[in-house]
Design a protein around this ligand. Structure first.
Ligand SMILES: *[C@@H]1O[C@H](CO)[C@@H](O)[C@H](O)[C@H]1NC(C)=O
Ligand SMILES: *[C@@H]1O[C@H](CO)[C@@H](O)[C@H](O)[C@H]1NC(C)=O
Ligand SMILES: *[C@@H]1O[C@H](CO)[C@@H](O)[C@H](O)[C@H]1NC(C)=O
Length: 387
């Protein structure tokens, strides 16, 4: 399985070298000048949604770049922040954040713990956000409509809300699905049981993309799901035998399910391209990028890729009852779970999420289209390739 994904990286690099330049016509080489980003997702791209709804991510989250908690489960910036920087747009305000938000260049509907499907448990039982993708979509629709009602009143609303035409000139980004897979494991479902609901996940995600298209969205940038079996919170929690650990140290069964999800996602994107003729949909292979980061950690100058920077105890410095930033009694003394000395040499931030340095590395791999289908750079993701 692991050799498979490493081989995939080589193939996509080859495909890029062979196909990118000849197939981009001159008209499609002009920068898209995206006016806004509207993002849908989970903690991989949450810039403050869950914090606004249910309480701030505690320090030391945010310490490296923002020097204070900034609604992100990370020491600094996320991939979506690097995307905004690269498109010369401000960082995205969370739709739910009522204080200090400026939505003129987009809005972020993602919340940590979000799933594609509604869960049948509350966040207090299972930790999954009530803001599932269908809710994010409803919020987007509401935002679109109400932003125009208020914008027409003029004044300060014009400064903080997007123009109607910007909804068609925006990039719509999606990074969601990881929590739908772990939700099944938490319910003690077998690998086969989890795989069995992947088609339902694809149907629901496709409907959301169609809803955005119906409202004028044209450019879509869809991240596939990462190798969740390489993350301490999954390796720590779910029963995995020694034989199920791959040669780089990741748990194979959850990674196989993630790859199964990704095959389904790629097929769903191909169907969407047929159904939505005016859309440009870029599928980005985040799985291969994250897997190659973890499997080549040493070579790339990182320490043990499984060692959590902000955590406490256990094999991976991760304990789900002593999470990053929480206060706990240990041997009768109150401790706060703090971060490692140098997050920049770590890949894993808190057992679940990547550090800013890792996010930057991942972003640098995907920005030029090397891991995308079609292999179009971020700046050009409004153009269709000529075939
Ligand atoms: C929630 O329960 C309904 C009714 O039993 C079921 O159809 C649905 O699949 C469940 N959703 C999840 C995410 O388990
Ligand atoms: C909101 O952001 C836009 C774009 O960066 C900027 O032009 C505008 O002045 C900002 N408005 C406020 C009130 O901060
Ligand atoms: C899953 O299995 C574990 C171990 O047998 C058990 O403690 C837990 O209650 C089960 N969870 C659910 C949701 O059935």
């Amino acid at each position: 399985m692991e050799t498979h994904s490493v081989r995939l990286c080589h193939i996509s690099t080859l495909v890029l070298a062979v196909t990118l330049l000849p197939s981009l016509t001159s008209s499609s080489s002009a920068s898209c000048n995206f006016a806004a980003i509207f993002n849908f997702g989970d903690s991989n791209s949450d810039t403050g949604g869950l914090s606004a709804a249910l309480g701030q991510a505690p320090p030391p989250n945010g310490e490296t770049f923002f020097h204070a908690p900034a609604g992100r489960y990370c020491d600094g910036r996320l991939i979506v922040d690097f995307m905004a920087e690269s498109l010369r747009l401000p960082y995205l305000s969370a739709y739910l954040d009522s204080v200090g938000s400026n939505f003129s260049h987009g809005a972020n509907f993602a919340t940590a713990g979000s799933t594609i499907r509604r869960q049948n448990t509350t966040v207090y039982q299972s930790g999954y956000s009530p803001i599932s993708l269908d809710v994010q979509s409803t919020q987007y629709t509401d935002f679109h409509r109400r932003s125009q009602v208020y914008r027409s009143q003029g004044g300060m609303f014009q400064q903080v809300l997007p123009k109607e035409e910007d909804f068609s000139r925006a990039l719509y980004t999606f990074d969601i699905g990881q929590n739908d897979l772990t939700a099944g494991y938490k319910l003690n479902m077998s690998i086969e049981q989890v795989k069995a609901y992947v088609p339902d996940l694809m149907a629901q995600l496709s409907n959301i993309i169609k809803n955005v298209y119906a409202q004028g969205g044209r450019s879509f940038w869809v991240h596939n799901t990462g190798p969740v079996g390489c993350l301490p919170y999954v390796m720590d929690r779910f029963p995995i035998t020694a034989a199920q650990i791959d040669r780089f140290g990741c748990a194979s069964p959850p990674n196989e399910v993630a790859q199964y999800f990704n095959v389904g996602l790629k097929e769903a994107v191909i169907e969407l391209r047929k159904d939505l003729p005016l859309a440009t949909i870029t599928y980005v292979d985040i799985y291969s990028v994250k897997y190659s980061l973890i499997s080549q950690a040493k070579k790339l100058g990182f320490e043990n890729p499984f060692l959590t920077c902000c955590g406490h105890g256990g094999k991976f410095n991760y304990n789900r009852f002593k999470r990053c930033g929480s206060k706990k009694i240990v041997n009768g003394k109150e401790i706060t779970v703090t971060s490692c000395k140098d997050p920049s040499v770590r890949i894993n931030w808190d057992g679940i999420h990547f550090t800013e340095t890792a996010n930057k590395w991942i972003f640098d791999q995907i920005v030029d289209g090397s891991f995308s289908d079609p292999p179009v750079p971020l700046q050009l993701a409004c153009h269709k390739l000529d075939h």
